[in-house]
Structures are given as C-alpha cells and as structure tokens.
Design a protein around this ligand. Structure first.
Ligand code: R5P
Length: 292
C-alpha cells in the first residue's frame, strides 16, 4: 500500500483523482447519501494509509452540509493516519474572518477549532478570500494561488492591448500579480458594498485607461455576480472592448452566470475548485506542488 492516501470528498472528486495520480497516492473514494432530514451518510472505499492522508473537500453550497462532510472525512482519516492534511480548494466562510459590524460572530474562528478537533494537522487552501482567515487555524497552513494557472489560459487568447482590472481595492494585489505574470498593466476600481443589504456600487468616476482595450476582470470568487456585473457595466460605459473574467472560485449563485453574460462579459474562466460549466482551469498541479 502507498505511504500516502488521498481521501476524496464527494464534491472534489476531480481534483482528488488528479492529485492522487500526481502524488502516486492511494485514492480513497467516498459515497454520500443525504437522508430526508438533511444528514449526510458517508461511506468510504479504499485503504487509508497509516502514515499520511490528504483529505480533499471544497466547502461550497450547501456550505454547512459540506463542512460537516469535510470534518467527518478528516476525523475518519485521523483514526487511521498519524498525519492528516486538509486540502480545502474553496474555503467556505472565509469572508467571515473578522467582526465587521458589532456583535458579528467570526465563523472562521469556529472553523479553526473544528478542523483541529477533527484531527487535521495542516490546511491547504487555494486563493482564500484573505490570509486573515487562516490565522484562525492553529496549525500549519498554506494558501496557494491559481493565478499562474489562469494566466496560462489567457496567454493562449489573442487580446487587444489587454488590461487587468480588479473590481475592488481589496483585490488590487491579486490584479497586480496577474498583470505581472501576464506582462501587462492593471488598475483597480473603487467598489462599495452595503454591509446590511449586500448591494454593490462602483464608486470610481472615470478612467482613461480602458477605452478600446480588452479587459480581464480578476477576482477570487463570483458569488451573486454583483461585483462583476457592476464593474462590467461601468467599464462598458468607459468604452472598453471585450470584458473577460478570470476567477478562481465559481460559486455562481442564483443565475449569476446568465446575469454576467447579459451584462456583456465575453467569457468567464474559473478553476475546478468548484465544478461548473466555467471551471475550465485545473489547479491540481499547483496544489500537488504545495504538498510535495
Ligand atoms: C469581495 O471582496 C470578493 O473578493 C468578491 O469580489 C466577492 O465576494 C464576489 O461576490 P459577488 O459575486 O456576490 O459580488
């Protein structure tokens, strides 16, 4: 038996399978049955290594169900393996990493405790919303970026005088990194989100940077699509050419994809941290490098 096993959560089968091949590890598959009351019943098949296990499970909607599944997989792995690494390609709850409004509970703090109690000794994420989130995990942690993988995809397209755009100031460094790899310029817009209603507004007034250029809007995740839609509407008014979207996590809630296309986006390119029609860039190589 291999010294390493990759335990595949039901939601991350693609990445887990690719990882097990790259790491020459034993693949342990899981089957999940959801009971009528919403409980998950997980059954594993395959041998778990006594030395080390890698549990792979993204925590996307339904977030709480999938979180419990991730914790259950970690707990089972720890019953057999002396070391357990949790690979969480998409980390749900990562936006709840601090108290924005008085009285808010910092759920990432709770997740940190739960992962530790379940038996994880290391956590690996991909483009986590902010590094603040990982500070709540009292264990070894590593966040890898999918930007080089996304850039590789965009290098194959022929774009007109491309410019990288972040829809908000929080994503400035991400856009900067993309632009550096892509060898182009970048700008970041001013976005305001109402913390109570979730409504998004672009506050940037005008920019002379975008006219007649193809743009790549870079973000960590698309949830409702509001950030991308509002940014695209603004950029179109500024007479840009085509708008592309490069994004790591395709949550795409409530018809977001349709609404984004309607706003005039030419192509949405996301990674396989969350499966969707737009998840066309594989990040398993990047994750494997972080494990090796
Ligand atoms: C916000 O700071 C994030 O980087 C994303 O821009 C945001 O979470 C995307 O959410 P939505 O698609 O709902 O605007």
């Amino acid at each position: 038996m291999s010294k390493l096993s990759v335990i595949s959560g039901k939601l991350s089968e693609d990445i887990a399978k690719r990882l097990s091949k790259k790491l020459k590890a034993n693949l342990v598959k899981s089957e999940v049955r959801i009971f009528p009351d919403g409980e998950s019943k997980i059954t594993l098949s395959g041998n778990i290594s006594k030395r080390k296990s890698i549990v792979v499970q993204s925590i996307y909607p339904p977030v709480d169900t999938n979180l419990v599944q991730a914790l259950s997989l970690i707990s089972k792995a720890k019953e057999v393996s002396s070391k357990v690494t949790a690979v969480i390609p998409y980390m749900g709850y990562a936006r709840q990493d601090r108290e924005f409004l008085p009285g808010e509970i910092v759920t990432m703090k709770v997740l940190g405790k739960l992962f530790k109690a379940a038996g994880a000794s290391k956590i690996i994420t991909v483009d986590i919303h902010s590094m603040v989130g990982l500070k709540h995990f009292n264990m070894k942690s590593k966040n890898v970026t999918a930007i080089p993988d996304l850039v590789k995809y965009f290098k194959k397209l022929s774009l007109k005088n491309p410019l990288i755009v972040s829809p908000d100031q929080g994503g400035k460094d991400r856009a900067k990194e993309f632009a550096k790899e892509f060898d182009s310029e970048y700008i970041s817009l001013e976005k305001k989100r109402d913390r109570k209603t979730g409504k998004v507004q672009i506050k940037t007034k005008n920019t002379d940077k975008v006219a007649d250029r193809d743009l790549i809007l870079v973000d960590d995740m698309i949830s409702t699509g509001e950030s991308i839609i509002k940014a695209t509407q603004f950029l179109k008014k500024q007479k840009c050419k085509r708008v592309y979207v490069a994004c790591t996590h395709a949550l795409l809630m409530n018809d977001a994809e349709k609404k984004i296309r309607k706003a005039g986006v030419t192509k949405i390119v996301c990674t396989n941290t969350i499966p969707s029609k737009t998840s066309i860039v594989d990040v398993s190589n990047t994750i494997a490098q972080a494990i090796m």
